[in-house]
Write a protein that binds this ligand. Sequence first.
Ligand SMILES: O=C(O)CCC(=O)C(=O)O
Ligand SMILES: [Fe+2]
Length: 324
Amino acid sequence: MQSIPTIDISPLKDTAHPDHDATVQRILDACTDIGFLSITGTGVSPDTVNQVRAKTREIFDIDEQSKWDQAITRNNYRGYIPMGFFTPNDGSGKADKYEGYKLHFEVSEDHPVRDDCALYGPNLWPAEVPGAQDVILEYWSQLDHVAELLLGALEIGLGLTPNVLKAAFATPMTNMTLLHYPPQASDEEGFGIHPHKDTDALTIIAPDPVGGLEVQTRDGGWITPDCPPGGFVVNIGDMLELWSGGQLKSTPHRVVNKSGKERYSFPYFAVPRHNVVVEPLLPPLPGFDRPSVHCGHWSAEIWRTNWPDENATVDTPELGTLSS
Ligand SMILES: O=C(O)CCC(=O)C(=O)O
Ligand SMILES: [Fe+2]
């Protein structure tokens, strides 16, 4: 596949729909080939997306000092990620040109899951942007439904036991990053986000009309997803690749913002519950040989090794790297 297909997923809502099975097949084909698809017919309104975009812009417009006061720490990977805070782990040294605001699955301070996994908890919601929490959590819950439809389609398409994927997403470690990419000069080197694979199960993004997301094809070229207004770009992450024994593809992608405009993005990363162990549910493809991944441990390691002075150990899962 040298292009990213656009698929209307509305037939998935009714298994008796005449286009249901063909839609499942198209999704499966996209996920086993290029690993990316654009979707329409989600039921998420453009108005909802516009509200999230507006709140995201407002959050990055908060004054610098106050943003730094809300910065992520080693003990709480929630809140502001300053521009250039992390350099890519690939040794290139050039920091990505974005600032972020990290959100994890929202539970109250006294939720029992926090006894089992410290990564759950309330988010930092900036006091300067009233309404951000309501708008973003509403969007989040709508995307939970979209993710469930897609996971259900993949269960059918791959011939898996019904619900085996969906059940892994009760009290999940699903998270979001709000992102702001300033424009890069036309001759500027470096990336908004360097080429990487996503480490989650699947990612859903409402593309910014200014563009900038690029996806690697199997022959090494880079293409831009063609996503109609109101649609979303979806990609398979390393966890679904692992679950499927390598059939579904986690594909490298990057952001370069040469639009001359500010770019805002707010990816939704679907990650299973902390105690789920992801391992192939199907016979792995020849040459696909990866250890199982414990979601809580994996997530803790991802956040920990983002700090430049923290090193991977033998227990750190090999996910998200371009070599895996
Ligand atoms: O901003 C985008 O469009 C993509 C962001 C991305 O790839 C990521 O955060 O993993
Ligand atoms: Fe990504």
